[in-house]
Design a protein around this ligand. Structure first.
Ligand code: UGA
Length: 440
């Protein structure tokens, strides 16, 4: 059993702290947001993450997990301080490190004599050294035994607990091998490969992993667009590629492209790091361009199908950036809505979990209670997020309630052939015949 303090209760910090508690450690989760901590103490989660609420309450009950706002309390006796605070995008795409700095300063101010500082926030390469420097300078004259270890997270929203408990690997970066081995012990029970590198390499593994996954998606989206023009079906193309073990099948689902709080921010930050260090990140730029274009393609198809989008009623199914989360940050649906509204379209929308978050930012959107309300009187229906709930919708009901039976399946969720036979004009993403055949 180890004593761990996790700083930041966003999805990374909260999941990490809760899972470490579940593995038998004594964990204190700290956040400076008092309302958030108060709510957590009352069992109210700040995010929707399957299984999290139950795991938090089990571990709070067992006395292994507590929530505080006070650094002194949180760091008292802690052996490990995990930094899991946000690193939002700055104006040029660079990561904004103000929260990381403030945590480093608080650690320097509050820790008695000894601590392992483990960084889980996604930070530019070199930040670990910068954190060490901040702590060292702030403690000048009052010695502190500490090491900074980079421990990037690979948790996906929606399956974060599973990703923590069954990781493909754990990466630890530090020049201090003893410190890295100490952190490694926290993960030993997970029985996965643990890789120890230097600090900067670990930081880069995180960026390179996210950028590579985003690249795969942009790649298949480019192939999808070519498929669409040439009459091939990208779903089978991806399947056929994926059987090749060198390629694999994950992250080859064509659609509206990637969003969320990680890929957009991290690809941009990596490109920014590359550019300011004199390399020309052409591939990363293309990956971002293709992603932006996926949304525009849908608008183009809608315009083609409807003539003008001005005053057209467009229903959007799914507002979160992917299923099983209420997170709408950089969600493709939001960008679509923005582009459609610019052309004068009237928007209706529904999401199984993200309505509260959506209501805060989507002021001119009619938020509905279910997919059928969205379809009522719509000129076209766009599926933006492939929630399970949308798989088995009653298409007869949707057909009779829509003004025009036009469906844009932005995630290739539905059986296009069946929908066409029911009388819908169906458009998928990269599904050759369906896309061109129906409207032309
Ligand atoms: C991503 C990574 O997968 C995690 O490993 C990483 O830890 C996390 O970012 C992070 O840096 O914190 P996440 O953003 O939760 O996780 O979501 P993903 O499941 O990776 O999906 C990202 C986006 O790509 C979503 O918008 C999703 O709809 C899209 N996507 C994914 C596709 O368009 N096609 C695919 O085949 C897969």
């Amino acid at each position: 059993m180890s004593k761990i303090c996790v700083i930041g209760t966003g999805y990374v910090g909260l999941v990490t702290g809760t899972c470490f508690a579940d593995l038998g450690n004594e964990v204190v989760c700290l956040d400076i947001d008092e309302t958030r901590i108060e709510r957590l103490k009352n069992g109210i989660m700040p995010i929707y993450e399957p299984g999290l609420q139950q795991l938090v309450s089990q571990n709070v009950k067992a006395g292994r997990l507590t929530f505080v706002t006070n650094y002194e309390k949180a760091l008292k006796d802690a052996e490990f301080a995990f930094i899991a605070v946000g690193t939002p995008s700055g104006v040029d795409g660079e990561a904004d490190l103000q929260y990381v700095r403030s945590v480093a300063e608080s650690i320097a101010d509050q820790v008695e004599d000894k601590i392992f500082v483990v960084n889980k926030s996604t930070v530019p390469v070199g930040t670990g050294d910068w954190v060490a420097d901040i702590i060292r300078k702030r403690r000048a004259g009052k010695p502190l035994e500490f090491s900074v270890i980079s421990n990037p997270e690979f948790l996906r929203e929606g399956s974060a607990i599973n990703d923590f408990m069954y990781p493909d690997r754990v990466v630890l970066g530090s020049t201090d091998r003893v410190a890295a081995s100490k952190v490694a012990q926290l993960y030993l029970t997970l029985r996965c490969p643990i890789m120890i590198t230097d600090l900067r390499t670990a930081e880069m593994i995180k960026y390179a992993s996210n950028a590579f996954l985003a690249t795969r998606i942009s790649f298949i989206n480019e192939i999808a667009n070519i498929c669409e023009e040439l009459g091939a079906d990208v779903r089978d193309v991806a399947l056929g590629m994926g059987y090749d073990k060198r390629i694999g099948s994950a992250f080859l689902d064509a659609g509206l492209g990637w969003g969320g709080s990680c890929f957009p921010k991290d690809v941009k930050a990596l490109a920014h790091m590359a550019a300011i260090h004199g390399t020309h990140p052409q591939l990363l730029q293309a990956v971002m361009d293709i992603n932006r274009n996926q949304r525009r393609r849908v608008i183009y198809k809608l315009r083609k199908a409807l003539g003008s989008l001005n005053e057209a009623v467009i229903g959007i199914l799914g507002l979160s950036f992917k299923p099983n989360t209420d997170d709408i940050r950089e969600a493709p649906a939001l960008e679509l809505i923005h582009l459609l509204q610019n052309e004068g379209a009237i928007i209706k929308g529904y999401d199984p979990q993200a309505m509260e978050n959506a209501a805060q930012v989507l002021k001119r959107v009619q938020l509905c209670e279910n997919p059928y309300q969205v379809a009522e009187g719509a000129d076209a229906l766009v599926l933006a997020t492939e929630w399970n709930e949308f798989k088995q919708v009653d298409f007869d009901r949707i057909y009779t309630s829509m003004k025009k039976p036009i469906i844009m399946d932005g995630r290739n969720l539905w059986d296009g052939e069946k929908l066409r036979s029911m009388g819908f004009a169906y458009y998928g993403m990269g599904r050759g015949g369906f896309n061109n055949g129906n409207s032309d």
